[in-house]
Design a protein around this ligand. Structure first.
Ligand code: M6R
Length: 365
């Protein structure tokens, strides 16, 4: 079943171009600027009445939700909030009329997410599901939804399901925005960029030997930072989670500018700091954050999509991924971080598919 791969995690990372083709298949058409989401057909008219969105999930699904927040605010212009399922349940979630709640879960069996679903529904929200596992409990209990269609994910670390969730959220953001301010041209351009993502990931996968080298160089260091801004702040969180769960190295993901409000004190000689610096409005700012790291002896590992002289000066390790529409950059920038975590775990002799203390789906609260 593993074919040419050694582990499910590696196989699933490499399957991502094909998996996302399945996620997009029959749903996105850039020529006609159309999105068809079969699971929402009966909801189409109702969807235009929602005034705000509440996304919830756990772990990587929560990170996908954070990326979804940027996408929905930007493309659908709807106020959006993201909650950990486990926290949502025990606060006093104020579900105003017109709230569209969306449960995000690969397995569809996560107990915290299921409990949160029950809570928000009791309070009157309409609940959609973004789920991979067809016919799972969460899929059955939501009012409607969009499946990921990425195929079964076996490795404990979520890889292709995470990218599938982000892909569905980007389709959903356009779907919610298309009858509002988004022009046909804007939609068409965005969708053609989305259609190109599987190919961009194929190119990104060619970076595996570079990521392996970086992993072996730094996996002896027990503390890492991951920095990103804007829509790539959640990418930083996801990269840090991947490293923690499979290699047991301590890593913290941060919005880059927050570093100077405390965590910068931790930076010492040789500390690995992964910085996502793909081009968007925050590019110059993130270069200053890199400078802050470098001047304190930190070792910058920069993920960029348009290298320049400044990057070469600031980072000894430069990883170049293909350029995409900035809102879609997490789909590409996440891939080297998955490979980094995978090889860091291997270099430490660990079982990447079954990390200690973890189960594929967490069915207890
Ligand atoms: O099956 P779910 O998507 O509901 O699972 C949520 C989390 O348990 C899951 O994403 C977890 O954080 C992964 N092991 C991360 O790689």
């Amino acid at each position: 079943e593993l074919g040419r791969f050694e582990h499910y995690m590696q196989k699933e990372i490499h399957e991502q171009p094909e998996s996302l083709r399945m996620t997009l298949s029959g749903r996105v058409d850039s020529r006609t600027a159309n999105i068809t989401l079969g699971g929402l057909t009966n909801f189409e008219r109702q969807l235009s009445h929602f005034k705000r969105v509440l996304l919830f999930g756990c772990g990587s699904a929560w990170h996908a939700g954070l990326i979804g927040e940027y996408l929905i605010e930007e493309l659908a212009e709807l106020p959006t909030e993201v909650q950990y399922s486990s926290e949502l349940r025990y606060r006093n979630p104020l579900i105003e009329e017109g709230t569209l709640a969306i449960a995000i879960s690969q397995s569809g069996e996560t107990a915290d997410t299921l409990a949160a679903l029950h809570e928000v529904r009791t309070r009157g929200a309409t609940v959609l599901g973004i789920v991979n596992n067809v016919g799972s409990t969460i899929a059955r209990e939501t009012d409607a939804g969009v499946y990921l269609h990425v195929g079964p994910e076996i490795g404990v670390a979520s890889t292709k399901a995470f990218l599938g969730q982000v892909t569905v959220l980007s389709m959903l953001a356009v779907y919610l925005g298309r009858r509002k301010h988004l022009s046909r041209d804007t939609i068409s351009t965005f969708l053609s960029e989305l259609e190109r993502i599987p190919e961009a990931i194929e190119q990104t996968l060619l970076l595996e030997s570079q990521m392996r080298e970086i992993a072996y160089k730094f996996s002896g260091r027990q503390n890492w930072l991951y920095l990103g801004r804007g829509i790539n702040y959640p990418t930083a969180l996801e990269g840090a989670l991947k490293l923690k769960e499979v290699s047991y190295i301590h890593a913290e993901g941060l919005p880059a500018a927050e570093m100077k409000h405390g965590p910068i004190a931790m930076i010492d000689e040789g500390m690995p700091v992964v910085v996502i610096a793909t081009r968007d409005v925050t590019y110059q700012k993130i270069l200053s954050n890199m400078e802050e790291v470098r001047s304190r002896g930190g070792e910058v590992i920069a993920i960029v999509n348009q290298p320049d002289a400044q990057i070469e000066r600031l980072a000894k390790n430069v990883v170049v991924v293909p350029r995409t529409q900035p809102m879609l950059s997490p789909l590409v920038a996440s891939v080297p971080l998955q490979l980094l975590a995978y090889h860091a775990a291997l270099s430490r002799g660990l079982d990447v598919d079954k990390p200690r203390n973890l189960a594929k789906s967490v069915t207890v609260e």
